[in-house]
Write a protein that binds this ligand. Structure first.
Ligand code: DGL
Length: 288
């Protein structure tokens, strides 16, 4: 049995494109419908109720378009409502938190992992729980970095302002800088992390700036590759893979509730010129 229907990929905005990129690398024969709710991003500073309602509205759209499975490529939605989605929809649904947590647990040597994420994800402690499930001996330091997502949604990924904002956000996990700009470590060695988990799908777009701040001593891990592997497994187990004759011919559609041109610019940065079919979509519920 094979299934030519598309896979739905959802995020509050452009961040989930980092997951989509890995899905296309790993599963080139699959077709996809990507849905970014850019008009209502960021989700991470909203209440759980809003995150749940907005996400559900987007997932309804994907299900109406007959997707064969959904990747919730948004940590905030995954953290707040993955269980609700799995109860509501018949299609298999994958989140990004378990795959990211597993990758971080495999990466750490000192068993000290820092997690940066949106305020809603940190509030849920979903990463803490998922990492402890994998290995209770790992210490988890969760920290909210709410300034990052608006920068990414605005297409600001580099430059002195971005670097300064990224450094400010990471300071509580790393220690502060001295007058030469070097990080000093007021944290005792027992609290220093050796692995930083990017617990928001927007953050890999800031990876160069983040890497410059954390330095080579800290491994940077995100959910994208691990989620694509988990999706490959899910499709295989459920006999949902695209037919063999579809190989390397997946069709891709992107939907956004926001500005099509702005979305196109960021998508092009990530994928080159290959993303042409971006559709604007209006949702019933109005953003507050
Ligand atoms: N990219 C999403 C996440 O992984 C949402 C960010 C936001 O909209 O605040 O959490």
């Amino acid at each position: 049995m094979a299934d030519p229907r598309p896979i739905g990929v959802f995020d509050s905005g452009v961040g989930g494109l980092t997951v989509l990129r890995e899905i296309l690398r790993r599963l080139p024969a699959e077709s996809t419908i990507y849905f970014g709710d850019n008009a209502r991003a960021p989700y991470g500073t909203r209440s759980d109720e809003e995150v749940r309602a907005f996400s559900q509205e987007c997932l309804d759209v994907l299900v109406e378009r007959d997707v064969k499975g959904i990747v919730v490529a948004c940590n905030t939605s995954t953290a707040v409502a993955l269980g609700d989605f799995r109860r509501r929809y018949d299609v298999p649904i994958l989140g990004v938190i378990r795959p990211g947590a597993s990758a971080a647990v495999l990466a750490t040597r000192s068993r000290r992992v820092g997690v940066i994420a949106t305020p809603a994800t940190v509030r849920s402690h979903a990463y803490f729980t998922a990492i402890k499930d994998e290995n209770p001996a790992v210490e988890v330091y969760e920290h909210a970095t709410p300034a990052y997502v608006p920068m990414v949604e605005a297409g600001r990924l580099s430059g002195p302002d971005v670097e300064a904002t990224v450094a400010d956000g990471l300071a509580p996990l790393l220690g502060s800088r001295d007058e030469t700009g070097e990080f000093v470590f007021p944290l005792p060695p027992s609290a220093r992390i050796d692995t930083l988990l990017l617990g928001c799908t927007h953050y890999p777009l800031l990876r160069p700036a983040i890497a410059a701040v954390v330095g080579e001593q800290v491994a940077i891990v995100d959910s994208a590759t691990a989620t694509a592997s988990a999706l490959a497994e899910l499709l295989s187990v459920n006999a949902l893979e695209a037919p063999a004759e579809e190989a390397a011919s997946g069709r891709h559609v992107q939907l956004t509730t926001g500005d099509v041109d702005g979305f196109a610019v960021l998508a092009r940065r990530l994928f080159g010129g290959s993303f042409a079919s971006i559709e604007a979509l209006e949702l019933r519920r109005v953003a507050s």
